[in-house]
Ligand binder design. Structure first.
Ligand code: ACM
Ligand code: ZN
Length: 772
């Protein structure tokens, strides 16, 4: 209903626009073309518009226009047919241009009389057609015939070509199964934004999704689970949904999807996980585990100890599986996983220990490396290359493996330096299972914080590499892990419109990126999504609040939105904001201990944002430089430490973005003040949620530095005191003027016998460092 009304309204608006105003050309193309020269006038599509393939252009090029033709047919009622009688008006002319650099490159020249397209290969013509589609009114995406619209595209000359050859989007269909129809829609969206890789994550602990004819139990048993955990991984006590769930794709269905993708110039890379994330396979064939099982298909999220055993029979099995996978998928790459493989079973398995002795492997990391190398060699014999997650670097990288760098970019940098190819997909920018807004109203997600701007700001070519090593960065990819996305609507919510930022980072060189221009193109993409019936996120319009140091007032609060040109109105007195509340015009000075900010964003007088309501614990650490460092000097933690001084206290469950999580060795956290500060109170606020093995540190010692070089201890707090104070450690002192403060963290370590989670490593969760 809503969509119909919208269609009508938009149609009316277009009608008014085309009658009342002179045409002002707009070019809302995502990814933005490399070069676009606007010009005056428009080209109008009508019943007589035809497609003409120039001399030397292969007849298959007509296929590159099938989506555009289908849209014009469905939404506009126009049949565009190929017609090779030479015409110079009302025609789309395709010309072969072998001088273009890449297979995707194209030139598109739109004048009122004709549209000329030059490309070297069908992919280039296909991308030119996607550009034309985006230049048409957004109603071109309508599923029904729309009347009273001028089907025009603005005149311009575009020369376009991508920076990366690998432009990928991933989908995990194991944690939650996606129907064939959803997968095809996904591929449609990949193609619309000129992405070209669909990484299909087909096997994991919670489900095996691809029919393997030689091993029918993989799908008979492995594709279904009896129960699924509810809520967040860190919730306690564990609650269950006892609905049996699952699904799989037959080989015939997979062939259908591969063909569907190929028509859209999308390559599918299948992922068959090994040696870890194998519970669904082991539930079906426990003989390929170290212990022999039995196992059930997992209903919990996480990392599990039972993995493929390295005995010969397992390799026979996996080679049989890969025979069928390699036979189905034309892709030159097969992804063999390799991430998150615990070594505990291998350590205690006779067969695995024998294997290590025989092969002269010094530890279980080398055993994992042996596993991956063996698979690489086997697949090489079938003309295939492997991709693995960055853990495949541990124990020695297989010679020709391509590394997918997900735990930050360090793995990618190391692999490129070794001369191996790399796909960058660091979680801090490329994980679409992370929150895209900090509003408490967001649906439950795994954790982290990756708003649209952060995806867009991602710089795929790391400064650490040399010009020569850059050639190993094949491209980038965003990952959609679906633990917390049980429905199609929720998956769409997490993907759209962040995928647009991915597409632009994958297509444009860094120097051409421009968030202001990009964000002004987003509303029209959202309108397209509405016509397509996709559930996109409105986080774009939500308020983002940040505390920042201020020269005059000490501290101020900045409010913004991902969307450009929004009006923000706010209150700090606890009342609900309205369109009459004070207009935000710059930083809000703050001086109290605590400030509650409520805000709304508006566009043309209409409220666009969900309500914003955030309490800030105002203190001197806000916005200061913070260094979280382990004993080896590694700066680590899930999200870099920045959220330790954002003045926002953590909420439960623990996975949410407010928390800084860490599970390494003893560490220090240092705050470097921009100028000397007089302080009298230091607080280290952690979580002590033993149910999920989260323990406050064994001890925290507090130090100050007056000269910025030498430190002096001003007190320490033991675990028991923190446990009694909800995880808080606090010291006070008579006022001191300091340049730095430091907290030395002794980690709680392995959980002792008498505590919950005995024998497991504990984790540290910190929400905030407070300085007063
Ligand atoms: C991963 O996110 N475990 C690759
Ligand atoms: Zn074993």
């Amino acid at each position: 209903m809503r969509l119909k009304k919208y269609t009508y309204l938009t149609a009316l608006l277009f009608l008014i626009a085309s009658f009342s105003f002179a045409q002002k050309n707009e070019y809302n193309i995502i990814p933005a073309p490399l070069n676009l020269k606007p010009s005056k006038g428009i080209f109008i599509f009508n019943e007589a518009t035809s497609l003409q393939l120039g001399k030397g252009v292969s007849p298959e090029v007509e296929n590159a226009f099938f989506i555009l033709k289908d849209r014009l047919n469905t939404a506009a009622g126009l049949m565009i047919t190929a017609n090779n009688t030479a015409r110079s008006k009302n025609v789309i002319i395709c010309r072969q241009n072998n001088s273009l650099e890449k297979k995707e490159s194209y030139i598109l020249n739109i004048t009122p009389a004709k549209i000329e397209i030059e490309a070297r290969e069908p992919a280039g013509f296909f991308y030119a057609a996607q550009t034309l589609r985006q230049l048409l009114p957004v109603t071109i995406e309508s599923k029904d015939l729309v009347s009273n619209i001028k089907w025009s595209v603005p005149c311009c000359r575009i020369e376009d070509s991508p920076v990366f050859s690998y432009r990928g989007l991933h989908l995990d269909v194991c944690r939650n199964f996606a129907s064939l129809d959803e997968v095809k829609t996904y591929i449609d969206q990949i193609a619309l934004l000129k992405l070209n890789i669909f990484h299909w994550h087909l096997t994991d602990d919670q489900g095996w999704r691809i029919e393997i004819r030689k091993y029918p139990k993989l799908t008979e048993m492995g594709a279904f689970r009896d129960r699924t955990m509810k809520g967040h991984h860190n919730d306690y006590p564990r609650q269950w949904d006892n609905t049996r769930t699952g699904g799989y794709y037959t080989q015939e269905e997979i062939k259908e999807v591969i063909a569907y993708a190929a028509e859209r110039f999308v390559t599918i890379i299948p992922e068959i996980e090994m040696p870890g994330h194998a519970t669904a396979a082991l539930a079906s064939y426990p003989e390929y585990s170290c212990s022999g099982g039995p196992f059930e298909v997992e209903g919990r999220w996480g990392v599990f100890n039972d993995v493929f055993c390295t005995r010969e029979e397992t390799f026979d099995f996996l080679e049989d599986v890969l025979d069928e996978v390699a036979g189905l998928f034309p892709s030159e790459y097969i992804h063999i996983g390799g991430d998150e493989c615990p070594k505990v079973r291998w350590k205690r398995c006779h067969a695995c220990q024998e294997r290590m002795k025989e092969e002269g492997l010094k530890d279980e990391h080398e055993l994992q490396s042996y596993f991956v190398r063996r698979m690489e060699k086997y697949l090489k014999g079938k003309g295939k290359k492997i991709i693995g997650w960055d853990e495949i670097l541990e124990g020695g990288l297989a010679p020709d493996a391509t590394v997918m760098s997900w735990r930050g970019i360090a793995g990618g940098i190391a692999a490129a330096r070794q001369g191996n190819d790399v796909i960058m997909t660091p979680s801090e920018a490329m994980y679409f299972d992370f929150y895209q807004s900090r509003l408490p109203s967001q649906p439950l997600a795994i954790g982290g914080y990756v708003p649209l701007e952060k995806v867009y700001a991602y710089k795929a070519m790391p400064d650490e590499l040399t010009e020569d090593q850059y050639k190993h960065i094949l491209g980038i990819q965003a990952n959609v892990w679906t633990e917390y996305m049980p429905t199609r609507a929720q998956r769409e919510y997490m993907i759209f419109p962040r995928v647009a930022a991915l597409a632009e980072v994958a297509w444009l060189p860094e120097a051409k990126k421009n968030y202001k221009r990009f964000s002004s193109d987003i509303p029209s993409l959202m309108q397209r999504y509405s016509y397509m019936g996709l559930n996109y996120s409105d986080a774009f319009y939500s308020i983002i609040g940040n505390t920042v140091p201020d020269k005059e007032t000490g501290l101020k609060l900045e409010l913004s939105t991902s969307a450009p040109g929004m009006q923000i109105r706010y209150t700090v007195d606890g009342t609900e904001p309205t369109i009459e509340s004070p207009l935000y015009t710059g930083g809000i000075p703050v001086s109290d201990k605590e400030i509650v900010v409520k805000a709304i964003s508006l566009k043309d007088g209409k409220i666009m944002s969900p309500p914003y309501n955030q309490t800030f614990i105002v203190n001197k650490a806000a916005g200061q430089q913070i260094i979280f460092e382990d004993a080896q000097g590694n700066i680590s933690g899930q999200n870099g430490g920045g959220n330790l001084t954002d003045c926002i206290m953590g909420k439960f469950p623990l996975g949410r973005f407010d928390w800084f999580s860490y599970a390494g060795s003893d560490a220090t956290v240092t705050i470097v003040f921009d100028k000397p500060k007089t302080i009298s109170e230091l607080i280290f606020s952690s979580a002590n949620q033993n149910n999920v093995y989260v323990y406050s540190p064994r001890n925290i010692e507090f130090f100050i530095s007056e000269d910025g070089g030498t430190f002096r201890s001003i007190g320490n707090v033991k675990h028991e005191q923190m446990a009694a104070a909800d995880g808080k450690a606090e010291v006070t002192t008579s006022p001191l003027t300091v340049k730095k403060v430091k907290m030395a963290i002794s980690m709680y370590g392995v959980v002792p016998k008498d505590k919950i989670g005995a024998g497991n490593p504990s984790a540290l969760f910190v929400d905030e460092i407070i300085v007063r």
